[in-house]
Design a protein around this ligand. Structure first.
Ligand SMILES: [Zn+2]
Length: 507
């Protein structure tokens, strides 16, 4: 007797499913990619389509096979990932091939969780295994907790995929509630280090330049290292920093392009407006490939010297500009003494806070583990004298991260006190922990200001750490990468995951 082949052994709509998989990269709201970064997470579209095609038999007629291929393409679409009738049909097809007995699947290398998630969606009893603890946490938050605690009672179909206003899952409600609690407690303690301007504008971020001393013995000026000077580079909004020299020091102005002319909006020297040449090119910074040019004397510092200065602890940093959130859009101003003062205060408070938590936790709250010098990519950090993971953050970022971490830990105790179940409290706190991680990928000295989108770009955009000369520091209480936005991205994902219908198992 001829053995029956599975659909995927005979054919598969590769082109169409590949297109759906590629398209998925642009989908953000609700997609598990926004829960936590994972290096090689498979697209959900191909994971779902291949799992299904591997489990159903190849039909007996060409016509049926064609229809099945069409069905697979529909099934792979993100828009259909919560479509009840379609998912139900796929589940029934799989169940039928196994004589009505639920199938059990084991993914021994689950990673970012795409394949087990799609197995779950297709109604399989899913077991996921990983030895990387980060992946295990991601898997628990993707597969286990939403299934165990998160089920929404019923979401009205015609109200869209992500509507979770009506009948919210208790898990989502608690992640939101305790996320807000964390925000309030953190704000009470460290909100004062990110003061609003007198007109009420809230800083969305601070733009910093790392600095080195010019190596020309007759100069020695502090050289701000900036890859480029643009702040906003949009068709109708062209704003840039403009460096100029005043009394042997590099100063800055904020300039705006009007037609062909540059107009000075603000200058760091009161009453002095530098003359900006019409051919000023903001994309040409003071550093390129680690070779720096001093704007004061024009002297060059080569890459070896630049790295040596960093290794010897002779590099510094200068806060250059502040980004403000205003109802009409982002606004920019130069950093003032007051801005630097608040940073210094945060720096002082960090020392106190760090000591206190060190005593309480028994470990340094700022990660003091060594960056593995043998690992290919992080090794770059060693070239700049950054040998510990804590070196990737400035003082105020460290303070923010350890404070949010502390508050998240407190949530657990508080929930137990209030009589919540231990395992459930652990689930809620796990999502808040992922929130801290979301904050951390933005709150490093490796995030930079994206001048066309006017947003802070996270530090690991290219899945590696590359030296960032001019970085942007986010305000965790305002801006595109604050705590609130971290938690809302997690809630979007939870809203999706909790709408996956329950899986029936044999027991
Ligand atoms: Zn110089």
């Amino acid at each position: 007797m001829k053995e029956q082949k599975s659909f995927i052994e005979v054919t598969f709509p590769i082109k169409e499913v590949s297109e759906e998989s590629a398209r998925e990269k642009n989908i953000r709201h609700g997609h598990i990619s926004t829960l936590h970064i994972w290096w090689a997470r498979r697209p959900l579209a191909s994971s779902r389509a291949t799992t299904y095609a591997a489990l159903i038999p190849y039909p007996s007629t060409e016509k049926e096979a064609k229809e099945k291929a069409k069905f697979i393409v529909e099934l792979s679409k993100w828009e259909n990932s919560l479509k009840e009738d379609l998912i139900q049909k796929a589940r029934e097809d799989i169940l039928k091939t196994n004589g009505g007995k639920p199938l059990r699947v084991l993914d021994p290398f689950s990673g970012g969780g795409s394949i087990p998630l799609e197995c779950l969606r297709l109604g399989l009893e899913t077991h996921a295994v990983e030895y990387n603890p980060v992946a295990v946490l991601i898997l628990k938050c993707t597969l286990e907790y939403p299934q165990r605690y998160g089920r929404q009672n019923k979401v009205k179909k015609d109200e869209g995929l992500f509507n979770f206003e009506k009948e919210e899952s208790p898990l989502i409600a608690d992640v939101r509630k305790w996320g807000e609690w964390v925000l309030e407690k953190a704000r009470e303690e460290i909100g004062k280090f990110y003061p609003a301007d007198e007109d009420g504008s809230v800083p969305a971020g601070y733009i910093w330049a790392r600095t080195i001393p010019c190596q020309n013995p007759s100069c020695g000026a502090e050289t701000p290292l900036m890859r480029q000077f643009w702040l906003a580079r949009k068709e109708n909004k062209m704003i840039s920093l403009y460096p100029f020299v005043h009394e042997g020091r590099v100063e800055f102005a904020i300039v705006k392009k009007n037609g062909d002319e540059w107009q000075v909006v603000e200058s760091s020297i009161p009453g002095f407006s530098p003359k900006v040449p019409f051919n000023f090119e903001p994309e040409k910074g003071t550093v390129s490939r680690a070779i720096a040019v001093c704007p004061v004397c024009g002297g060059m510092v080569d890459d070896k010297q630049v790295r040596r200065l960093f290794q010897e602890g002779k590099a510094g940093q200068r806060m250059v500009a502040v980004v403000l959130s205003r109802p009409q859009g982002k606004a920019y101003r130069l950093a003032t003494k007051r801005d630097v003062e608040f940073y210094r205060k945060a720096e002082e408070y960090l020392e106190e806070k760090r000591e206190k938590l060190w005593e309480e936790w028994g470990i340094d709250p700022v990660p003091d583990e060594e960056i593995d010098p043998n690992s290919l990519k992080p090794r770059t950090m060693w070239l700049y004298g950054m040998s510990r993971w804590g070196d990737l953050f400035n003082s105020r970022q460290k303070l923010a991260l350890i404070t949010f971490t502390e508050k998240v830990r407190l949530v657990y105790n508080k929930m137990i006190e209030e009589g919540y179940d231990k395992d459930y409290a652990k689930a809620v706190v796990s999502y808040l922990g992922l929130g801290v991680n979301r904050l951390a990928i933005y709150a490093t000295t490796f995030g930079y200001w994206h001048n066309t989108r006017e947003l802070v770009n996270p530090g690991m955009g290219r899945q590696a750490l590359a030296m960032t000369w001019d970085y942007s520091e986010v305000n965790p209480f305002g801006g595109n990468a604050d705590w609130e936005s971290a938690i809302s991205w997690i809630i979007y994902v939870l809203s999706h995951l909790t709408q996956i219908p329950p899986v029936e198992t044999e027991e």
